[in-house]
Design a protein around this ligand. Structure first.
Ligand SMILES: [Zn+2]
Length: 324
C-alpha cells in the first residue's frame, strides 16, 4: 500500500492543505476560507473539509496517511499539540492535535509557522544541500527557525529561535511582546509602517500621503515601499534603517549558530532591494570573521507555497531526517 502525508497551512484568513507522496510531491491541494470569526468549531470543521477534499481528489484512503503536519501562527505548545492563543484566530488553549486526531484518526503534528517554514526551506527549498541553517521570516512580525544537523531545534519548550524578540536596543520602541527594542520593533513590516506614518504625520513625505489619499492611518509598509520606489527619500531611508537593524540581527544569528546558510522569507522581502544591501553591510560589521567567512544569505525559494511545504515537512520530518 502506498503511503502519503498531509500538510495543512493554517492562516488567519485561509487554510491551504496538500496531500504529498513519500518524496514530498504535492499530488492534490485544497484551499478554503478559515472563517476565523465564526469560532473554533468552524475553523476545525473547515480544516477537516480541506483534508477530505484532497483525499477525495487523489482517491486516497485515510489509512494510507502516515501523518498530518500543521503549521500555525503561535504561540503554541508543539509538544502538547496546543495552540495557546493567536492574534488572528479567536481561540485560546485549543488542544488542536487531540481534536484533529479524534476527528480523523490520523497522527497529527503541530509546529509554529516560522518553524514549519524553516523545515520547508530545509527539505524542499533553498536549504536542501545544507545541514545547518537558520530561516528568518520578515513579515508583519519577525520569526525564525534553526535547523541544526538537519533537525529543527525546538528549544526546551518549543520557543527556540524567536529572533524577532531578540533585543537590539533596550531603549528602543515598544514591541508587541511588551518589551522594548526587539528586532521586530525595528525591522518588521509593522515597524516600517509605523515609522512611515510617523514621518508622514510630521509632514516629511508628501509622496506617502498622496499614495494613501492623505489619510495617515492608511499608510503601511506597502505604501512606504511604493513611495521609496518612486524616489521618496524619506521612505527609502525608513527601509534602509530597517535594513541596518536587520543586519545587526543577522550578525547575532551568525555569531550564535554559525550556520552555513541564512534564508530570508516573508512578505517584506518583496521589497528586499530597498534594504538588503544595508542589512548585509551591517551584518559584515557585526558578525565574527570565522562564521562570517562560510555563511551565505539566500532568499527563500518556496514563495507562496512555503506554508504548505513547511506543513508537509512537519509531517515528514522523521522520514526526511532518516532518508534525506
Ligand atoms: Zn518583542
Amino acid at each position: 500500500m502506498k503511503e502519503y502525508y498531509l500538510g495543512l497551512d493554517l492562516g488567519g484568513t485561509k487554510i491551504l492543505t496538500g496531500l504529498a507522496d513519500q518524496e514530498g510531491n504535492i499530488i492534490a491541494r485544497s484551499r478554503r476560507d478559515t472563517e476565523a470569526a465564526a469560532g473554533e468549531e468552524t475553523i476545525i470543521k473547515n480544516m477537516i473539509l480541506t483534508i477530505e477534499d484532497v483525499l477525495a481528489k487523489a482517491e486516497v484512503n485515510k489509512d494510507q496517511i502516515v501523518s498530518l503536519g500543521i503549521g500555525s501562527p503561535g504561540p503554541l505548545d508543539a509538544t502538547k499539540g496546543i495552540i495557546i492563543e493567536n492574534a488572528n484566530l479567536p481561540w485560546k488553549n485549543v488542544p488542536l492535535v487531540k481534536k484533529m486526531e479524534a476527528a480523523l484518526g490520523i497522527k497529527t503534528l503541530l509546529k509554529n509557522d516560522a518553524n514549519a517554514a524553516a523545515l520547508g526551506e530545509k527539505w524542499f527549498g533553498a536549504g536542501r544541500k545544507v545541514d545547518n541553517m537558520v530561516y528568518i521570516t520578515i513579515s508583519t512580525g519577525i520569526g525564525g527557525g534553526a535547523i541544526i544537523e538537519r533537525e529543527l531545534f525546538n528549544g526546551t519548550n518549543d520557543n527556540a529561535c524567536e529572533i524577532g524578540h531578540t533585543v537590539i536596543d533596550p531603549d528602543g520602541p515598544l514591541c508587541g511582546c511588551g518589551k522594548h527594542g526587539c528586532l521586530e520593533s525595528f525591522a518588521s513590516g509593522t515597524a516600517i509602517g509605523k515609522r512611515a506614518r510617523e514621518a508622514a504625520a510630521k509632514g516629511l513625505s508628501k509622496e506617502m500621503l498622496e499614495l494613501a489619499d492623505q489619510i495617515v492611518e492608511d499608510i503601511n509598509a506597502v505604501i512606504c515601499a511604493q513611495a521609496a520606489y518612486q524616489g521618496d527619500e524619506v521612505a527609502q531611508e525608513i527601509f534602509k534603517k530597517a535594513g541596518y537593524y536587520l543586519g545587526i540581527g543577522l550578525g547575532n544569528v551568525i555569531n550564535i549558530f554559525n550556520p552555513e546558510m541564512i534564508i530570508l522569507g516573508g512578505g517584506v522581502m518583496k521589497a528586499s532591494d530597498l534594504f538588503l544591501a544595508e542589512a548585509l553591510a551591517t551584518m559584515k560589521k557585526t558578525a565574527l570573521s570565522g562564521p562570517l567567512e562560510i555563511v551565505s544569505v539566500k532568499e527563500a525559494e518556496l514563495g507562496s507555497d512555503i506554508g504548505l511545504m513547511g506543513a508537509v515537512a512537519v509531517a515528514m520530518e522523521d522520514r526526511l531526517v532518516k532518508n534525506g
